[in-house]
Design a binder for this molecule. Sequence first.
Ligand code: ZN
Length: 141
Amino acid sequence: MSERRLSGLSRAEQEGALRRCQADYDAAKARLAHVGFLCEGSLAEIYTCCRNPNCRCADPARRHGPYFQLTWKEAGKTMSRRLSAQEADLYRQWIANRRQLESVIRQMQAVSRRVGEYLLADMGRPFQGPTRPRPGRRSDV
Ligand SMILES: [Zn+2]
């Protein structure tokens, strides 16, 4: 019973840890089932100035707008499109859905990493995979 394994945990401790990982993973997978429609990119609210010195927009607090602009990457190019307020409401939700999905995927990666560490340590093979998600690879611009 007190047999120490290479992961530093007893068999019972390791089985408990793996069960918790499996439960966390199953919970994340269940959240995937509820993700709604998705949209890449990001949404900006833009206020502009028409440069007419007699217009109200000469006051920075009274600029024209808001205008809504969706921006995304397509084949390495930044694309953007002006949206109506109604369209912006829709895309705002779809972008939030995508960010939620990305967050669930990051959780699944983190749990998988923990499982890899437990299992591979026991094989005498320290986990060699990524220690954290790669930085600077935001897909929403
Ligand atoms: Zn103006």
